[in-house]
Ligand binder design. Structure first.
Ligand SMILES: C[S@@+](CC[C@H](N)C(=O)[O-])C[C@H]1O[C@@H](n2cnc3c(N)ncnc32)[C@H](O)[C@@H]1O
Length: 287
């Protein structure tokens, strides 16, 4: 078991922790980044309670349970009704937006209908929201999707990006080989192209199958590092903070550690939290 810190969110300690989360990794302007000062934490608790206690992050990622009955360790993915699940998903979305400048939500395709209808009712559409947010739908199209020989199997997961107007993004950081480059077209930009809003491209972000090296066998559901890496590179620079509301196997912690970005994962299962701390060296915070 790694270091624990139970006092972090109690009373006054909460506000000093907020300040520390933002300053601890920065150092003097222009100084080389000291990786030992990077924030890499995993907080064991309910993200709806933990997140309001943290300071704001540049990016928040949410890959919530889908209400499909998956038996996670210490958590059952089954709400009493679809309506209750959707109320909860809506609370997750509002909180993620409130606490970040860029909020990414990855969700099951069936929830696309009510989720977008609710956003529409609130006045959030593709043009933005009250001049404060720009909302963009994405599709993660994956290989190793469902095979259904009687119909078309499901091979994609919808994602939404909520970006505060003025929040900086870094499209050059995620350039990929263009179709012109692959076809040896002389007109090709040697720097490649900025990918569009359907994420498959040359990265071929497959689902993480049981036989893959990347797969953590102790967890039932895992996003590929390639997808999270794209989101983080597009949204952040070193010194920024990423919060993953549903850490699962700690994909965001692993990616951020590699990229030199500060990261706090929140996960309700103590077993998963301990695994993440063990693997990534993240400071384990139990509240
Ligand atoms: C779909 S998995 C996330 C997988 C993760 N994106 C990854 O790549 O490993 C959802 C996770 O959310 C956790 N969880 C469920 N409810 C939670 C809550 N209220 N707060 C924090 N974590 C929660 C579950 O234990 C599960 O590990």
């Amino acid at each position: 078991m790694k270091k624990t810190d139970r006092s972090v969110f109690a009373g006054r300690a909460a506000s000093s922790q907020k300040i520390r989360l933002y300053t601890s990794s920065r150092g003097p302007p222009g100084a080389a980044k000291d990786v030992t000062l990077m924030v890499n934490k995993i907080i064991c608790g309910d993200c709806l309670k933990v997140l309001p206690e943290l300071g704001k992050a540049k990016m928040i990622f949410a890959d919530p349970p889908d209400n499909l009955g998956v038996k996670y360790e210490g958590f059952e993915d089954q709400w009493e009704s679809d309506g209750e699940y959707l109320d909860w998903l809506s609370a997750v979305t509002h909180l993620g937006m409130r606490q970040s400048r860029i909020f990414w939500l990855s969700y099951y395709w069936r929830w696309d209908f009510p989720l977008k209808a609710e956003l529409w009712r609130m006045g959030i559409d593709g043009r933005g929201w009250q001049d404060r947010w720009a909302v963009k739908p994405y599709v993660w199209w994956y290989t190793f999707g469902q095979h259904n020989k009687n119909d078309n199997g499901s091979c994609f997961r919808p994602m939404l990006r909520f970006k505060k107007i003025g929040a900086q993004i870094y499209p050059d950081a995620i350039r990929e080989q263009s179709a012109r480059q692959r076809n040896n077209d002389k007109r090709a930009n040697p720097g490649g192209r900025v990918p569009g809003d359907v994420w498959d491209g040359v990265w071929q972000e497959s689902r993480v199958c049981g036989s893959f090296k990347e797969k953590r066998k102790w967890h039932l559901n895992q996003h590929p590092e390639a997808i999270i890496e794209r989101m983080v590179k597009l949204s952040c620079k070193p010194g920024d903070l990423v919060i993953d509301m549903f850490a699962g196997t700690g994909t965001a912690n692993r990616v951020c550690r590699r990229l030199g970005i500060d990261c706090i994962g929140i996960e309700i299962s103590k077993f998963y939290c301990e695994k993440i701390a063990e693997e990534t060296g993240a400071q384990l915070v139990i509240i």
